[in-house]
Design a protein around this ligand. Structure first.
Ligand code: ADP
Ligand code: ZN
Length: 515
């Protein structure tokens, strides 16, 4: 048992802070209780202290697994500056360098040891000879192919719990929807880990979606309105980053392209120029941003539709880290959707990638508060509209959609959360197709209760219900629709649901898709 005063004084002594951020203390106490923990906290939320502080106070060495060799050195340097003895072992080191660290470990001089999953096997002798106090797995979403940055080396990490059944594991990530969270816990063999989910709400980010017409022109006039502020433009391809940067330069904007095809040295230079305000605009592929610490990025623009909401949310999250108002603009075009569908077809896990892309597209088409959609995607339900997105600022016409919502939600309930949107709508509309009849769904109590609404309109209404957080799509279970906690309020407690009047535009996109 470690006294709360001791925990507080350690926070002050080693990190210089007077108070914990939300969840930090709960997580730390849970580690001291010997429990496994899964932490979902946005970038900049303060995940590191959750394992660094226990590492200082516990007997033995904390092993930290991180995929980013490049960032290990920074982290270890930071800890060392704070008087915490830390080191890393990875494949970039020479034999003598590694021997020096092993000697320090043997002498009991190291509290935190960072390593990449690929290098874990080097540490067997450390595991055999030292007390391990805690295992921290950073960027834990990399273990899940349902996440958006799957790394095969992570899949072996499940053995750690078997190897060290009594040592607490803490897995941390800034990005994981519900399915991915469960997958992380299962694959790490910590199914009963306590989940700590911090708020992902970034109220200072304005959310805006625009049709992708004359994008460059729109971007130039946007930048001209705030000529001294820096920002990032995310593009889908390397070629596009170059092309957009060239056009901005031609308009006398200090812009540079950034992508993985540019040499390592040049990329570092571009990053540095951006951080030091020597370059105003970066036109980048998603290769840009991980580990970049610049608090005054005033805006993020998505020149193309991102392939999923996790990536999108991480990328816009690079704006406004200082908490000041910042803009985000997403350009939405149907040709991007098609392009991304092709990419998804060629990826591993086609179904999941397509389903995630669908959610991204629905976000872009949405008629309800965009922040609600984003947060409900990550399992966080807010009851009020945000007032800081384009839909809130320029709302569509709403009507009382409570009855529609009740019909849809009770159908989802009667189908036991076992069917995707298409079947739910067929039941609502009383379709007599073979799939429905084979399963005997004509006997479901809500069968045919709403055939006055067209199939496409139902699709939009149910999508709104997903966006509002009443139903969720289980990507990993063939996109079955499931009720959320929130649905009970509508089904049993008389909660009213406002639905947006449907617009022509959305129907047009559906028709185009059907072609
Ligand atoms: P994450 O890993 O979640 O992205 P970090 O652990 O790097 O976030 O923390 C982000 C920043 O917040 C760091 O500069 C860190 O020192 C600071 N920080 C963390 N905890 C606290 C706290 N309790 N009080 C003040 N600052 C904190
Ligand atoms: Zn809003």
């Amino acid at each position: 048992m470690i006294a709360p005063t001791k925990i507080k004084s350690t926070l002050k002594e080693y990190f210089g802070y007077d108070a914990f951020r939300p969840l930090q203390e709960t997580i730390i106490n849970s580690i001291f209780d010997g429990k496994d923990n899964l932490v979902i906290m946005p970038t900049g939320g303060g995940k590191s202290i959750c394992f660094q502080l226990p590492a200082i106070l516990l007997d033995g060495i904390t092993i930290v697994i991180s995929p980013l060799i490049a960032l290990m050195k920074d982290q270890v340097d930071g800890l060392t500056t704070n008087g915490i003895s830390a080191a890393y072992i990875n494949s970039s080191q020479s034999e003598p360098e590694q021997q020096e660290i092993y000697a320090k470990i043997a002498a009991g001089e190291i509290k935190l040891l960072y390593t990449a999953p690929e290098s874990l096997s080097y540490l067997e002798h450390v595991f055999n000879s030292q007390t391990i106090s805690l295992i921290a797995i950073d960027e834990a979403h990399c273990i899940s192919s349902w996440g958006h940055d799957f790394r095969p080396a992570y899949t072996n990490l499940g053995y750690l719990k078997n190897r060290f059944p009594n040592i607490p594991i803490i897995a941390l990530t800034a990005t994981a929807d519900k399915a991915t969270r469960e997958d992380i816990a299962n694959q790490l063999n910590i199914p009963n880990a306590t989940q700590h989910i911090a708020s992902f709400d970034r109220k200072n980010l304005e959310l805006e979606v625009r049709p992708a017409n004359d994008r460059v022109k729109q971007i130039i006039s946007f930048i001209d309105e705030q000529p001294n502020e820096s920002g990032i433009i995310y593009c889908l391809s390397r070629k596009a980053t170059e092309a957009v940067a060239d056009k901005l330069k031609a308009a006398s904007i200090n812009a540079k392209a950034y992508h993985a095809g540019i040499s390592h040295d040049k990329r570092s230079q571009i990053q540095e120029d951006f951080i030091n305000d020597k370059c105003q605009v970066i036109c980048a592929t998603i290769a840009f941003g991980m580990g970049i610490d610049k608090s005054n990025v005033r805006w993020v623009i998505h020149y193309n539709l991102p392939k999923n909401i996790e990536g999108y949310y991480q990328e816009i999250g690079r704006a406004g880290r200082d908490g000041l108002p910042s803009n985000t603009i997403l350009f939405h075009s149907y040709s991007d959707v098609i392009q991304l569908q092709k990419f998804a077809q060629n990826s591993g896990n086609v179904e999941v990638q397509l389903a995630k892309l669908d959610r991204m597209k629905e976000y872009a088409d949405a008629l309800s508060c965009r922040r609600k959609i984003l947060l409900s995607y990550f399992g966080e339900l807010i009851s009020e509209d945000c007032g800081n997105c384009d839909v809130c600022k320029n709302p569509p016409q709403f009507f009382d959609g409570t009855i529609i919502a009740q019909k849809a939600l009770s159908t989802v309930a009667r189908l036991d959360g076992q069917e995707p949107i298409g079947v739910v709508i067929d039941v609502l509309r009383g379709a007599q197709n073979s799939a429905i009849l084979e399963k005997g769904y004509e006997n479901v109590k809500t069968f045919g209760i709403a055939n006055d609404i067209s199939w496409l309109d139902w699709k939009q209404y149910v999508t709104q219900l997903v966006n509002l957080g009443y139903v969720e799509i289980a990507f990993h279970q063939n996109n079955k629709l499931k009720l959320t906690e929130f649905a009970k309020d509508v089904l049993f407690n008389g909660k009213k649901v406002a639905l947006a009047n449907l617009v022509e535009a959305a129907a047009t996109i559906e028709e185009e898709k059907a072609k």
